[in-house]
Ligand binder design. Structure first.
Ligand code: HEM
Length: 387
């Protein structure tokens, strides 16, 4: 399944093909923020809704009539599951009582979620069958350009799964349960990490006006005379995102099982022991980083440390065989909205809040998103006024 995800769903080509959906959703986001110009907005909520919508449209194409319910259940399930993992690590009677209640709630959400996705899969099959010219099989519905239920008449993720399922090329058959499990995992792994990264980046930019000014100047210069932002040219913004991921990796503890007995710093770790790699702690360790607590994107300039797990002091996407398969998708989902938000709007904190009072505490769940939603005030940028 991981191989299908990498080859078919999360490849650079596929990520590019979802570009129009992403552009469309980000355009709506900017428009909606402009309509509340000068007033405080819940930035975290806005960005979550944008990325959830984009993922939903990429995964389910036009067939997503229960989109809002689906997104609501996914989000609630994630919050519950986050607490659940933590309780698993540090059980106490109080936590365990809450755990069994959470488990029941999770099971009921899970059932509801699967019912919705089942309906979506059935509708996809019916639509594909309708596309068949004459009385053929489902694969006749797709010509060389791979038509499907996608927003622009192309394949969406469910279509891709159905095609792979029918082609019988896999070593083992896949069924609807596999499709539902992967779609749910993609949705939760993807949306939460990307929205978290965008919110943390904006919070860091609000606390660091020098960095905000430099990033905005780059985006505004890069878009001069162009209609669309090409994020490839935004070198400084990429450094800003790298620095955000150092201080705020969305998955702060990466789980692994120890393959053989070993000893680290005098501690004996038996084979099969569950261990957690503390990427959050490593990103702030003064042994590896100068001024570790300060936000300095320039530290990554002309620095060979990459995002693909070659440097063990910096592992925001993990490393090795289980490294995040959604890295390209995730980075694109973070870069584009940030570039548009920095280009189109000027930002400040709500009246009476100073940058040093901005709460930078993570929640206690296993995904380290912000504990408090981020509230910001935006005003539209007018390119004819030079600052
Ligand atoms: C800023 C964005 C993201 C970050 C920082 C991130 C980070 C991570 C990390 C640290 C892991 C664990 C890797 C390991 O164990 O070595 C992971 C796993 C995973 N990620 Fe991401 N991720 C992001 C976006 C996405 C997106 C957009 C998707 C899908 C659409 C995705 C899908 C997954 C999946 C399916 C796994 C589990 C892989 C496995 O267990 O084999 N991620 N991610």
């Amino acid at each position: 399944m991981r191989k299908i995800c990498i080859l078919e769903l999360l490849s650079t080509k596929q990520v590019k093909s979802f570009g129009s959906i992403r552009n469309d959703e980000v355009f709506k986001l900017v428009k909606s923020i402009k309509s509340s110009a000068g007033k405080p907005i819940n930035f975290t909520e806005k960005i979550t809704s944008t990325l959830s919508s984009a993922t939903c449209r990429a995964a389910f194409g036009k067939v997503c009539k229960d989109k809002d319910t689906l997104i609501k259940i996914m989000r609630e399930a994630l919050i519950l599951a986050g607490g659940f993992d933590f309780a698993d690590l540090f059980p106490s009677s109080k936590i365990l009582r809450a755990l069994s209640w959470n488990k029941l709630k999770l099971l009921s959400m899970h059932r509801k979620l699967y019912e919705i996705v089942d309906g979506i899969i059935d509708e996809h099959k019916a639509n594909l069958a309708k596309m068949v010219r004459g009385k053929g099989e489902l694969d006749q519905a797709r010509d060389s350009t791979r038509r499907g239920n996608g927003v622009f008449g192309n394949e969406d993720l469910i279509d891709v799964f159905l095609r792979v399922k029918e082609s019988c090329e896999l070593e083992f058959p896949i069924d609807n349960d596999n499709i539902k499990a992967v779609i749910t995992e993609m949705f939760s792994a993807g949306t939460e990490s990307s929205t978290g990264t965008i919110s943390w980046t904006m919070a860091e930019l609000m606390k660091n006006p020098r960095v905000m000014a430099k990033a905005q100047a780059e985006v505004r210069e890069s878009l001069k005379g162009h209609k669309l932002i090409d994020t490839q040219n935004l070198k400084y913004l990429k450094l800003v995102i790298k620095e955000t991921l150092r201080l705020h990796p969305p998955i702060p503890l990466i789980p692994r099982a120890c393959r053989e007995d070993c000893e680290i710093n005098g501690y004996f770790i038996p084979a099969k022991a569950k261990i957690f790699i503390n990427t959050w702690g490593m990103g702030r360790d003064p042994k590896y980083w100068a001024n570790p607590e300060s936000f300095e994107p320039e530290r990554f300039e002309n620095n060979p440390i990459d995002l693909i797990g070659n440097n063990f002091e910096y592992l925001p996407f993990g490393a090795g065989r289980r490294i995040c398969p959604g890295m390209t998708f995730g980075l694109t989902s973070v870069e584009l909205p940030l570039a548009q938000l920095l280009y189109n709007l000027n930002w400040k904190l709500p009246e009476g809040m100073s940058p040093d009072k901005l709460n930078m505490i993570e929640n206690t769940r296993l995904n380290a998103s912000r504990k408090e939603d981020l509230y910001l005030v935006a005003t539209p940028y007018d390119p004819s006024i030079t600052m």
